[in-house]
Design a protein around this ligand. Structure first.
Ligand code: GAL
Length: 478
């Protein structure tokens, strides 16, 4: 069932995709009855985002969906990953009030994709919590799990006859850490070492509830699959012969990927080392209980609540032990592992992203070996341009070619059960706290033009050629 190129191999039916997220592309922030989200609030408060950029208009995809569809068709994608704006569908976050215009918009998107023979992968939550729910405590509010479950059921009921690939939450690590520890993402909190774990905990509980609802109420008739998209760097020791560096790099993975993947794919509970370290540090701080919450037996189980493994990979870190935590230190003190970029890795102008495609192959092998050889989708991968824009983006072309080679090796040499690959992103968009200063698109978007014209980069042409080659040979089944 495999089709081979001179140097790359991808299985039949492989999903060739690109990804976006509602707040980053849609604009129409208050159009047609949409409620505000925490990213609307965050951006409208000055001083939070690069040059005070906002997603008020972004790529204007709420108005210009037809243009996005043309881009998707031009690339020949088999799959398109989008997210739903919760507050466009349910302005106050609850099913008490449904915004029909929002439903109509996503119905159109989904129907147009299917009519173009493109399979939608739909994320329910990609960072943009309805502000009305934030006002009730947001992801720190224990009842958020039930409200999320109602929203998820509403979406399954409304779109699940046509959507067969679902992701509940995008990158709980990033929401918890950047939004509630570092304060760099909405809602912009920063109380060290407490909220970060509570938010991660409630996201896991919310995800599990939604999976169980899908499994019992919708899967029998709709027959789809559901998971959540996990983010991690790949971590390796600075000095592989130093056991302290080796242990630190393992801890780095424990506090990023395993934090969420271990409960779901292994034990129903957090990784033992994470539990032990947070508990010990909490005790040293004089707290009567661990800052890492416990799962309750009275709630739906976490273990087994994913039908595939979805991972977002961008870059890697070389790791050594961090300093012994002083009493006040939060998440980073618990993790006690410092990750840096290897000076030999090329950089692309964005502070956290160095080019290391080999890290993706190693990460895929790690997932295979650690989490029971699951089916995997790479739900995001990409490289940005910063500053001067080149449509002939040769650095990104080299990056993508090297990456696809590594992905192919993971499949044919390491036996990873990889089902698909999604580039972040279909087009340049609002890159969170970096605003429009960082461009990840396969299509360039001119944000100074009212019609936001989309123009293919050379890397987009290369991707289209790769897709055409393998889609044709493998007889895509989706
Ligand atoms: C991910 C996120 C995307 C995108 C990407 C590039 O963490 O899910 O929305 O912004 O990073 O930074």
């Amino acid at each position: 069932m495999r089709s081979c190129d001179e140097d790359m191999v991808f299985p039949a039916g492989f999903a060739w995709g690109a990804a976006t997220a509602a707040y980053q592309i849609e604009g129409g922030w208050d159009a047609d009855g949409k409620g505000p989200s925490i990213w609307d609030t965050f951006c409208h408060a000055k001083g939070k985002v690069f040059q005070d950029h906002t997603g008020d208009v972004a790529c204007d995809s709420y108005r210009l969906w037809d243009e996005d569809l043309k881009c998707i068709q031009q690339l020949g994608l088999t799959h398109y990953r989008l997210s739903l704006s919760w507050s466009r569908l349910l302005p106050d976050g609850t099913t008490r009030h449904v915004n029909q215009k929002g439903v109509d918009y996503y119905n159109r998107v989904i129907d147009d994709l299917l009519a173009s023979n493109v399979c939608p992968m739909v994320t329910l939550y990609h960072f943009d919590l309805p502000q009305a729910l934030q006002d009730r405590g947001g992801w720190q509010w224990p009842e958020i799990t039930k409200v999320f479950d109602s929203y998820a059921q509403f979406c399954f009921q409304t779109f699940g006859d046509r959507v067969k690939l679902w992701l509940t939450i995008n990158e709980p690590y990033v929401c918890a850490k950047l939004g509630h520890e570092d304060g760099l993402h909405a809602p912009g909190h920063g109380d060290l070492g407490v909220s970060v774990y509570l938010v991660g905990h409630n996201m896991l509980r919310a995800h599990a509830r939604a999976w169980h609802s899908y499994d019992t109420l919708f899967r029998p008739t709709q027959g789809g699959q559901l998971s959540l998209a996990l983010f991690t760097d790949w971590a390796e020791p600075w000095d592989p012969s130093n056991p302290l560096d080796v242990a630190a790099s393992e801890r780095y993975m424990t506090f990023s990927l395993d934090w969420f993947a271990w409960p779901i794919f292994v034990s129903g509970d957090y990784p033992p080392e994470m539990k032990a370290r947070v508990e010990a540090n909490s005790r040293t701080q004089g707290l009567p209980f661990s800052r890492l919450p416990q799962f309750s037996e009275d709630e739906p189980s976490i273990k087994g609540t994913a039908d595939f493994f979805a991972v977002n990979y961008y870059t890697s870190r070389k790791v050594r032990p961090g300093p012994t935590p002083p009493k006040s230190l939060g998440f980073e003190g618990d993790q006690q592992a410092v990750g840096e970029m290897d000076p030999s890795w090329p950089v692309c102008g964005i502070s956290w992203l160095a080019v290391y495609p080999e890290g993706l192959r190693k990460l895929l092998k790690y997932i295979k070996d650690t989490f029971g050889n699951p089916s995997i989708y790479i739900t995001e991968n990409g490289l940005s341009q910063v500053g001067a824009v080149e449509l002939d983006d040769s650095q990104r072309c080299s990056f993508f070619h090297a990456t696809w080679m590594e992905v192919s090796k993971a499949i044919c040499e390491d036996g990873v059960d990889l089902k698909g690959y999604f580039v972040w992103s279909l087009m340049d968009n609002f890159e969170w706290s970096d605003g429009f200063g960082v461009r990840f698109g396969l299509f360039h978007v001119d944000f100074s033009h009212p019609e936001r014209p989309r123009t293919l980069y050379r890397s987009g042409t290369d991707y289209a050629q790769l897709i055409a080659k393998f889609k044709g040979r493998s007889g895509t089944e989706h």
